[in-house]
Design a protein around this ligand. Structure first.
Ligand code: PLP
Length: 427
């Protein structure tokens, strides 16, 4: 029932005609003609003509509460009127209140919060902490993992499209525990033996960190084989390393069954990194760790200019409240399960769908031209995305072969939205 206000700015065509040379090439990654998005309301985006799109990508798994959720907007506006910035060199209760609320969502002794602006920075900081704390340098990450695009995190990232041939040393990429394409099928224990071998043959026997997503997002919504994380964590801990859970995509209730993705695997990390859903669209990230590990930074003069910005903190606090008040985690489970069942039914209808996977509202659909050979259907993926856009549904894509639909909508997505999405995919 929401009608966006009339748009009076230049059209997408006018922007392209006058300003194309100034625009980031990423604006042309998805659609032949990029959308000119001018408004957002909950699970919907609106273009220059007021045309409504169901946003099933959620700003890359970021808009947890819905676009421009009134409570989040109100928190931002109220805080902006009081104080926009002072730096983390001074106390501020908005920031302290948010840090406490965030720590309360984490298990065990994970309670010291360092704020950043993005997921990349959160992971850079986590890797730095692990190196300082352990005195070791070697990092283990998973092939097909994505952890960001700065020096350290690009090293930990293991997908060729995201690696730009700059020197990244000290990172070892473990065999990906991918039940659909991985060499050991669903045997989590076998994949973990590769971590053991890396430690034994590729390092001095001592490592700094193991970093992993609970469900790989950019890599095409890949769930890790059952039992993998507990076994890998044990080996890494035995080698003196810290275990980092990258919850940038899977956190904040997106997977439905748990608030954090790692909880479904029954592990407790030493460091948890987060971004995206934490701010529902406000640039914000965080690293949460134990007081003992945090000590390595408090001994030094670590801080960054915007980390702990009061406006971002007010937004983050409102996001936590909205997720709880509106039962968004439960909704992600209910609607996500419903949507996954409908997508699985589509798989029975179309040979093109090789695999449907994920949990909650973090779902992937992998397209293949041959189910036996699992030949990636890259062109079809782009074509269907374009067609779905014309029908009013936006989804993402990913996977290092570019053939996986990523469905990561705002967590207020409804069963009707799920039906609309599947209808557009089945068109
Ligand atoms: N970690 C994961 C799991 C991600 O999906 C991403 C971004 O997609 C990042 C880290 C990097 O976050 P950002 O793009 O905010 O730097």
């Amino acid at each position: 029932d929401y009608t966006p206000p009339p748009y009076e700015g230049p059209s997408g065509e006018e922007i392209l005609a006058k300003r194309k040379e100034f625009l980031s090439p990423s604006m042309f990654f998805f659609y032949k003609k990029p959308l000119n998005i001018v408004n957002g309301k909950m699970q919907y985006l609106f273009d220059e003509n007021g045309r409504r799109y169901l946003d099933a990508f959620g700003g890359i798994a970021t808009v947890s509460c819905g676009h421009c959720h009134p409570k989040v907007v109100e928190a931002i506006v109220n805080q902006t009127r009081k104080l926009q910035h002072s730096t983390i060199l001074y106390l501020n209760n908005t920031v302290a209140d948010f840090a406490e609320a965030l720590a309360a969502k984490l298990p065990g002794d994970l309670k010291v919060v360092f704020f950043t602006n993005s997921g990349t920075e959160a992971n850079e900081l986590a890797l730095l902490m692990a190196k300082l704390y352990t005195g070791n340098h070697d990092v283990i990450s998973l092939r097909n993992g994505y952890h960001g695009n700065a020096a350290g995190t690009m090293g930990a990232t293991a997908q060729s499209v995201w690696k730009f041939n700059v020197i990244q040393s000290g990172v070892h990429h473990a065999v990906n525990p991918d039940p659909y394409r991985g060499i050991f099928g669903s045997d989590g224990g076998m994949y973990a033996r590769d971590v053991e071998e890396i430690i034994e043959y590729g390092t001095s026997g001592n490592v700094a960190a193991f970093i992993s997503e609970a469900i790989q997002g950019v890599g095409g919504i890949v769930e890790l084989a059952p039992g993998y994380l507990p076994a890998a964590y044990k080996m890494v801990k035995n080698a003196g390393g810290l275990c980092i859970a990258d919850e940038v995509q899977a956190g904040f209730g997106r997977t439905g069954s748990h608030f954090w993705g790692f909880e479904a695997q029954g592990v407790v990390p030493d460091i948890v990194t987060m971004a995206k859903g934490i701010g529902s669209g406000i640039p914000l990230g965080a690293v949460v760790t134990t007081p003992r590990i945090a000590e390595v930074l408090t001994q030094r003069s670590y801080f960054n200019t915007f980390g702990g910005n009061p406006v971002c903190s007010a937004a983050g606090r409102a996001v936590l409240d909205v997720i709880a008040e509106e039962n968004l985690q439960q909704n992600a489970l209910t609607v996500g399960t419903y949507l996954k069942n409908s997508l699985t039914a589509l798989q029975h209808k179309y040979q093109l769908i090789g695999n449907v996977r994920g949990r909650g509202l973090m779902l992937g659909v992998e397209l293949v031209t041959d189910r036996e050979l699992k030949t990636p259907a890259k062109l079809e993926t782009l074509h269907i995305m374009d067609q779905m856009k014309d029908l009013g549904v936006l989804i993402g894509k990913g996977g290092c072969r570019g053939n996986v639909f990523r469905i990561t909508p705002p967590l207020c997505f409804t069963k009707e939205d799920a039906d609309f999405l599947v209808g557009a995919m089945d068109y």
